[in-house]
Design a protein around this ligand. Structure first.
Ligand code: PEP
Length: 253
């Protein structure tokens, strides 16, 4: 059975005290709403990871938003997967479109980061998705297939079964434009079919595929009700405890 996950991405928001106070609210609210083996995660800036892990009481898991592809060394300003793991974090976002766009991260680099994260027992939340131009030109299926092939299809079946995928159409991130449930389901089904061709039906069935892009408390129930959508990667709405908790609640739809 694949896991249902709602993961928040705080991006470059929340100073130290703001982060503690928002996270404490989230833990208190999510504790009452999360069912069974559903998973809630907050992916926070590096400064927060250790303190949030101490406050999480196992109710909300902690993730980072990036890691370096190398183990350690002279990479001033960078953070390694081992360091992230040592804070008590369990997840790391890899390949967010903002990293691809503003930091020129390529599929090949992201594949290296994924391998390193797995080596240190972090669960990569690997993001894929097309830009508006790619959607309008009709090339989005090829784009998604290339991101999968070059980014994660080099993994062994054992390693692939440990990752989470997030489909995030770039045109929907932070724009207020959401893919319709049908548009999102269409791509999620395509992604699952590609996984099935590569790794077989059991791994395809068990892979968690999140939707991200202006997902909020209002649209989450319909999105999460789609057969191949297993939760969400949430940007803006993860900065408000009530909104984030209501999205976690929508996992029950
Ligand atoms: C994101 O940054 O991953 C994201 C989905 O952002 P938003 O929810 O704000 O569109």
């Amino acid at each position: 059975m694949r896991k249902k996950i709602v993961a928040g991405n705080w991006k470059m928001n929340m100073d130290y005290n703001e982060g503690i106070s928002l996270f404490s609210e989230i833990v208190n609210m999510v504790r009452d709403e999360k069912k069974g083996d559903q998973v809630a995660v907050i992916c926070a800036p590096f400064i927060h990871l250790n303190s949030l892990a101490q406050l999480s009481s196992g109710v909300v898991k902690i993730g980072a938003q990036n890691c370096h592809q190398n183990e350690s060394g002279a990479y001033t300003g960078e953070i390694s997967a081992k360091m992230i793991k040592s804070t008590g974090s369990d997840y790391v976002i890899i390949g967010h479109s903002e990293r691809r766009q503003y930091f020129a991260e390529t599929d090949v680099l992201l594949s290296e980061k994924t391998t390193t994260a797995l080596k240190h027992n972090l669960t990569p939340i690997f993001c894929i998705g097309e830009t508006l131009d790619e959607r309008n030109s009709g090339s989005y299926f090829q784009v998604i297939e290339r991101q999968l092939t070059d980014g994660v299809f080099n993994l062994s079946a054992e390693d692939f079964s440990k990752i989470v995928l997030a489909y995030e159409p770039v045109w929907a991130i932070g724009t207020g434009l959401t893919a319709t449930p049908e548009q999102a389901q269409d791509i999620h089904a395509f992604i699952r079919a590609k996984i099935e061709s590569k790794y077989g039906v059991n791994i395809a069935d068990d892979t968690t595929i999140l939707y991200g892009g202006s997902c909020n408390a209002k649209n989450a129930p319909e999105l999460f009700a789609q057969h191949d959508i297993d939760g969400g990667l949430i940007g803006g709405a993860s900065l408000k405890s009530r909104d984030f908790t209501d999205i976690v609640k929508a996992l029950n739809s």
